[in-house]
Design a protein around this ligand. Structure first.
Ligand code: GUN
Length: 288
């Protein structure tokens, strides 16, 4: 039997509706949750992602503040805006869209964002929280993957999870988050020899490598859950993931499509982290 195709748009819409309710509740008490988005340079893909994030904020009632810097801006100027935002009461989340132009240090920018407004979950404090299982803001894409698994009632505990791709944004954090949920986790990467010997053991296979058709049906165990985080634009303009969707669909029990799988969840989890941050700020204020 072919796999159930997990509809990320549908799950996303359900979660956004719930977030909309929480925003409304907050607005009734006179507080508007706010997200600051900082864009540096002119990366075309970043422009699309940022537009989507800002539109999603509008849709659920989160106020957004956008700051654009040209490539010639000085790192000090960006850092001073971040410091200002760290102290603003009407800003509950701050994100700097990546990648950055080469002269900017990702490390120093991400470390300057206050850990309790770091809704991307990229600050070292929040990354460390993943290791000890005490995360304030889980990074958005891995968080979205966990939410999809939970929505489908897929058991994580005791499962063999194989993650393909060891990036700081997806591969490493998803491995930690699933390990925290008592899965047995293996991470494969560009230097892994004979990828298939690992992927074939996976009950849950998460692929975030950025290579179309990296995962073929013969590399997948019958009945596996396959989560495709890849986004690749082919020469013919078609958007595809890292998995041979049509082939693997015949073997897996669940599979996410590209587009329409993990993608919409990333922005949704950004909204979730922002509203959670605003709720936390209010709680802290009222307990003082
Ligand atoms: N660039 C690619 N993915 C992301 C993300 O999740 N957050 C930010 N800030 N930049 C990105």
């Amino acid at each position: 039997m072919p796999a159930k195709v997990i509809d990320g748009n549908e799950v996303s819409a359900l979660i956004r509706k719930e977030i909309g309710g929480r925003v409304e509740q907050m607005r009734r008490h006179g507080i508007v949750p706010g997200l600051a988005v900082i864009v540096i340079g002119n990366n075309a893909a970043s422009a699309v992602y940022v537009r989507n994030k800002i539109r999603a904020c509008e849709d659920v009632g989160i106020r957004s503040f956008r700051f654009d810097f040209g490539e010639s801006a000085s790192p000090e100027d960006v850092l001073s805006v971040i410091e200002e935002l760290n102290n603003r009461q009407d800003v509950h989340g701050i994100l700097v869209q990546l990648p950055l132009p080469p002269k900017f240090s990702i490390g120093s920018i991400l470390r300057t964002i206050s850990a309790d407004k770091d809704v991307d979950g990229f600050h070292l404090y929040n990354v460390g929280g993943l290791v000890v299982g005490d995360t304030v803001f889980p990074p958005c894409t891995p968080y979205g993957v966990v939410k999809l698994l939970e929505h489908e009632n897929i058991t994580i505990e005791g499962k063999n999870v194989v993650v393909v791709g060891a990036s700081n944004i997806v591969g490493k954090p998803i491995a930690l988050m699933l390990m925290q949920r008592d899965a047995t986790v293996c991470i494969c990467h560009a230097k892994t020899r004979d990828l298939a010997q690992f992927t074939i053991l996976a009950d849950i296979l998460v692929v975030a490598a950025g290579k179309p058709n990296l995962i073929l049906p013969q590399m997948v165990k019958t009945g596996a859950v396959v989560i495709d985080v890849g986004i690749n634009r082919l020469a013919n303009g078609k958007l595809v993931g890292d998995v041979d969707f049509n082939g693997v669909k015949e073997k897996a029990s669940y599979i996410t499509p590209v587009p329409g799988g993990v993608g919409p969840m990333t922005v949704t989890m950004l909204l979730e982290n922002t509203i959670s941050s605003a709720e936390r700020a209010i709680k802290q204020k009222s307990s003082v």
